[in-house]
Design a protein around this ligand. Structure first.
Ligand SMILES: Nc1ncnc2c1ncn2[C@@H]1O[C@H](COP(=O)(O)OP(=O)(O)OP(=O)(O)O)[C@@H](O)[C@H]1O
Ligand SMILES: [Mg+2]
Length: 468
């Protein structure tokens, strides 16, 4: 309260007059009974009014100070200690305001932590999420969205980072009041990815005027698996259809024109037997692949002496190698630790690798099969996950034409061959390395391929030894 505040001044005088009225009545009665002089009574009453006015004023000044302090608090200021803390009448108000202040600070802290938690939740989502205002500007993003589109999204029009017309149309439709929308689109950079975009309205009172919520679900892997499955069925049927067509053709010939040609009959029957063998090999490989895949999540637990197993695998293929004038040289470290595995699968693994080395190595050259413990420093980056314990390294090296670099990542795909006709001619199904990969996976190992065109290839299998 200030002197220039006429309303407060008037209120102060009015309150003083009201408070002084009982004294006035008493003095008036005493003056009327002539017990005191009129002037004396008037002076005394004026004195009382003055004292009361001063008391009321000082009270009102403190109240005004307290009001100013509370106002400054409400505006978010830090006004220092409250006025009238020691005043018994104002002390209650100060204490109550202090309580309110503490409660509101606690609420604010709670709200901040809830907001931070929500932010953490959004950032924890694997899918990119964006909130957009009615002008299609980003008002909030999450970590996955920042990873996909880069930082600095907030405040920008979504069409600057996402230019697909179908997605923008879906956003516009939702902003215009339509229900939730979905559409697929392909993001070509940095690597091609397929997304399912979902646009909807955020529920309730959305912050920062968000009127549309856009989430992107990555369908790339799903699409790839879908394509792989379709390719697999197409490839498998094609691989079966070729020998089947040959067999059917020879049956027709034997029934018709070659019916009485004994020499042709023997030749055709030999080809038919070979084609039938090829079909049964293919079916055996497919079954074997599906069996290993089924068991892939359970690690095998038999104790295997890898040295002995490799000697057996090499021995079984020795006649095949000798037929091409090749020799299989074994180099086994005497300190080879045992490992946990499935012996038949491991034999199949190394026989497939040695078989490839025989098929794709140069005639009359040597194939080296070496096995030794591997230290952590020997492990390539691809096998870094095995660092936690002892590792065995088995390498099958041939001296052949080698494999061009661009084929390496795809070699373990089913039916993938560098030279399809050549592999077929040699009776290959193109499933050997796919089987190898699944057996290695089941044994929690890693396979690396090194190849130099014109010199040869080395297929190395890194396997965890027992005793981890
Ligand atoms: N040691 C190698 N040297 C050169 N090329 C190889 C070697 N091993 C595999 N390849 C190439 O990888 C392809 C796939 O090998 P994979 O073992 O899966 O099939 P395949 O040998 O053709 O048939 P299968 O193993 O079923 O008899 C082969 O067709 C061949 O082109
Ligand atoms: Mg093979």
């Amino acid at each position: 309260m200030t002197r220039r505040d006429p309303i407060a001044l008037g209120r102060m005088v009015l309150v003083a007059l009201l408070l002084a009225s009982p004294t006035g009545v008493v003095l008036a009665v005493l003056a009327a009974q002539q017990r005191v002089g009129l002037l004396w009574a008037a002076l005394v009453w004026l004195g009382v009014v003055l004292i009361l006015a001063m008391l009321v004023r000082s009270h009102l000044v403190r109240l005004a100070g307290l009001a100013g302090w509370i106002r400054s608090l409400a505006l978010g200021g830090e006004p220092g200690p409250p006025p009238g803390r020691d005043d018994p009448t104002l002390g209650g108000i100060v204490a109550a305001v202090g309580g309110l202040r503490r409660m509101s600070a606690q609420r604010a802290a709670e709200l901040t932590s809830v907001a931070r938690w929500n932010e953490g939740l959004l950032d924890g989502l694997p899918d990119p999420l964006l909130l957009l205002d009615p002008a299609r500007r980003v008002v909030r993003d999450n970590k996955a969205a920042r990873l996909l589109f880069g930082r600095g999204l907030v405040g920008r029009d979504i069409s600057l980072v996402l230019r697909h017309p179908a997605v923008l149309e879906a956003i516009d439709a939702v902003l215009a009041g339509a229900g939730a929308q979905e559409c697929e689109f392909t993001q070509p950079v940095p690597v091609e990815r397929v997304f399912l975009a979902r646009v909807g309205r955020p529920e309730g009172q959305a912050p920062e005027g968000a009127s549309a919520m856009l989430t992107l679900h990555d369908l790339t892997d799903l699409k790839r698996i879908e394509r792989m499955r379709a390719d697999f069925v197409a490839n498998a049927s094609h691989e079966l259809r070729t020998p089947l067509a040959a067999v059917a053709g020879f049956i027709d010939t034997l029934r018709g024109p070659a019916r009485d040609d004994e020499e042709a009959r023997d030749r055709f029957l030999a080809i038919m037997a070979e084609q039938a063998q090829r079909m049964s090999r293919l079916i055996a490989d497919l079954l074997s692949l599906s069996r290993i895949e089924l068991n892939e999540h359970t690690a095998p637990s038999e104790r295997v002496d890898l040295g002995r197993l490799l000697i057996g695998a090499a021995e079984a293929l020795r006649p095949l190698a000798e037929a091409r004038g090749m020799r299989v040289e074994l180099s086994l470290d005497p300190g080879l630790a045992p490992m946990l595995g499935q012996p038949d699968e491991l034999t199949q693994l190394f026989q497939n690798l040695i078989d490839n080395a025989i098929k794709y190595g140069r005639a009359d050259s040597a194939i080296t099969v070496s096995a030794a413990p591997a230290g952590p420093e020997d492990l390539p980056a691809a096998a870094a996950a095995l660092k936690a314990g002892p590792v065995l390294r088995v390498a099958v090296r041939d001296q052949g034409d080698g494999i061009a670099r661009e084929h390496l990542p795809r070699l373990t795909e089913r039916f993938y061959r560098v030279d399809t006709a050549g592999s077929r001619r040699m009776g290959g199904t193109g499933l050997g390395l796919a089987i190898v990969k699944h057996i290695v996976n089941r044994h929690r190992g890693v396979m690396t391929i090194d190849s130099v065109v014109g010199q040869g290839s080395t297929f190395t299998v890194w396997l965890p030894a027992a005793g981890r």
